[in-house]
Design a protein around this ligand. Sequence first.
Ligand code: RB5
Length: 145
Amino acid sequence: MIAIGSDHGGFALKEEIKKYLDEHKIPYEDFGTYSTDSVDYPLIAEKTCAAITSGKCDKGILCCGTGIGISMAANKIKGIRAALCSDYFSAKYTRLHNDANVICMGGRTIGPGLALELVDVFLNTPFEGGRHARRVEQLMKLEEK
Ligand code: RB5
């Protein structure tokens, strides 16, 4: 199950991504926002990421205008490894090397064509483990400081 959310700046992109998920029969839950009315991205990140840290969803997709604010918010939540991506290589390697569980994108910075490629590779690339598992463990220990 995928958790998806956006603020108003990422709303249009979120709707495009939902069409992709529907077409590929990938189950998801939409944590808002549900219109282009202005909303605060930290609250959307909190709701969406709670579904991941509770174990209800395996991965998340978050969008705001730039993808920056919502990725900053997501990375403040214990257990979340959110990657702001605007290129294919990063979306692939953040799964292989960082075991990212959330991809963030900017609705005002990238188009839907690229965003869907990023979502596709993000959802279909496994974590490589090995030496990267040690680094991810070290990364998660930083949450205790
Ligand atoms: C909202 O106007 C905008 O600030 C937000 O979507 C995002 O880009 C913040 O980082």
